[in-house]
Write a protein that binds this ligand. Structure first.
Ligand code: ADP
Length: 369
């Protein structure tokens, strides 16, 4: 297949309501040509609605959607040339794989030979060249997924939309397919928008991610930006696991000290944050656990706690540790032959100040109220 022309997709101030229920509020985002872009958010946050607007199944009440610089408000869905792959694949059960893939091309009334050629190329691209004569019922979930992809890319769409395309696959296959999906996208160079509620999926394969909650964009960034610099409490807790502590920040000679009734004082070194009420965020792997009798590694702020529970997760052990009246989650590497810490054990918790984020507590409190 020919490499496709890469196009930019832009939503500007897009709002949509179903009756009195507002589903999207002033959504603005730009997807660069050739990007793999994820829309991430909990169920009901408005992700699929954005795809449906772009495909033309819905119209926004306000705002503009542009594809390759052109406002598409007046372009009917069938002329937009936007390909969509649905969660349930939506394959015709009575047709063969080849007929399913040919469907969109026949609707476009292309010459027979051209259809044959394009179908063969699309099936080869997804590695199903030899299964064209089968029916969907004779294929595994992963293979059906590939047929749905082949059918969509066969029409050579300007933009590829994927609505939770991997959620019907088992965990191992999902990981395999997401790598394949990205490889295919890179090969075609097609601007791709991928909807998922699975943060790991979004972080692992996307160039940029927009996180939605309640129809409002909470943050747009690279996976690293979202993980390391969450814009607010929602992002901090939705993208990965995190410990949040509320207290006050005080400035002393040696730097900033965070105090909370639960944890006591935690020396954080120099921090570019004003004194006052603050909420701090620490990832589970930024906490180090050590037996109390061991020498405390310098460079960390150490507090005392008790192990509440542990969960062996293979690559690491996830501990819940009580410090004062606060439970913290701490992930520790597992080393063969080391028993780890037992529930009930007294423990020292070392906090790496460089890994502590201060969230803008005031704005978030407004959002929560
Ligand atoms: P997501 O894809 O993030 O799960 P959707 O975009 O499907 O979310 O839906 C966003 C919100 O719009 C949800 O609260 C959903 O209940 C509502 N919604 C979706 N379709 C309709 C509809 N046809 N009529 C009324 N409400 C709808």
């Amino acid at each position: 297949m020919e490499p496709l022309r890469k196009v930019k997709v832009e939503f500007s101030g897009v709002s949509l309501s179903y009756g009195k229920t507002q589903v999207l509020r002033e959504v603005s985002l730009a997807i660069e040509p050739g990007e793999f872009f994820a829309l991430l958010g909990p169920s009901g946050s408005g992700k699929s609605t954005l795809l449906r607007l772009l495909a033309g199944f819905l119209r926004p009440q306000s705002g503009t959607i542009r594809v390759a610089g052109e406002d598409i408000a007046r372009v009917p869905p069938w002329e937009r040339n936007i390909g969509m792959v649905f969660q349930n694949y939506a394959l015709w059960p009575h047709m063969t794989v080849r007929q399913n893939v040919a469907f969109g091309l026949e609707e476009r009334k292309l010459p027979h030979e051209e259809i044959e050629r394009k179908v063969a190329a699309a099936l080869d691209l997804v590695g199903l060249g030899n299964l064209g004569a089968r029916r969907p019922g004779q294929l595994s979930g992963g293979q059906q997924q590939r047929v749905a992809l082949a059918r969509t890319i066969a029409i050579e769409p300007k933009v590829l939309l994927l609505d939770e395309p991997l959620s019907n696959l088992d965990a191992k296959l999902r990981i395999h397919m997401r790598v394949e999906l990205l490889a295919l996208q890179r090969k075609l160079g097609i601007t791709t928008i991928f909807v998922t509620h699975d943060q790991e999926e979004a972080l692992s394969i996307s160039d940029h991610v927009a996180v939605l909650d309640g129809g409002v964009i909470q943050q747009i960034g690279t996976p690293l930006e979202l993980y390391d610099n969450p814009a607010n409490r929602f992002i901090a807790t939705f993208v990965g696991t995190i410990n949040l502590l509320s207290g006050t920040l005080e400035q002393a000679d040696g730097g900033s000290v965070f105090k909370s009734p639960g944890t006591g004082a935690i020396a954080l070194g120099r921090m570019a944050a004003p004194a006052g009420p603050a909420e701090i965020a620490i990832r589970p792997h930024a906490l180090m656990l050590a037996a109390p009798e061991r020498a405390r590694e310098p460079g960390r702020a150490w507090v005392s706690g008790t192990v509440v529970s542990r969960e062996f997760l293979g690559e690491f052990v996830r501990y819940t540790v009580r410090v004062g009246d606060t439970d913290l989650v701490a992930d520790q590497p597992h080393h063969t032959g080391e028993p780890g810490f037992a529930p009930g054990a007294a423990i020292s918790v070392g906090i790496n100040p460089a890994q502590v984020k201060i969230l803008k507590a005031a704005t978030d409190q407004q959002r929560d109220s």
